[in-house]
Design a protein around this ligand. Sequence first.
Ligand code: 5GP
Length: 111
Amino acid sequence: MTIFQRIIDREISADVVFEDELSLAFRDISPQAPVHIVIIPKRAIPSLAESVDTDEQLLGHLLVVARKVAGQLQLNDGYRTVINCGRDGGQTVNHIHVHLLGGRQLVWPPG
Ligand code: 5GP
């Protein structure tokens, strides 16, 4: 079981900023920007690489939630969404998630 499943199950606490029937969004414990939110589906998919075609609606939903949370947190000057995938992508938690980063000018490329 991943740490994110334990957050969904409320076994460990998180600073939740948005929740609906399909997803949960909470503040990252180690923020890389003034605003750093992690958006996860409640149904566990380990990674983008392990998703399947029929996950299309759920994957799209995560981006819709990202837009809503960005509006809610007033990221009016822009923001970045990131999905790390696998070892080379820097993924450390094997429950797919979208990072939402904002509140400062972000650099590119990300490294
Ligand atoms: P990844 O590196 O897999 O793309 O992102 C995982 C993210 O989850 C990291 O940014 C990390 O700081 C965050 N994270 C790991 N454990 C916890 C936790 O227990 N609570 C919260 N809120 N974030 C966590």
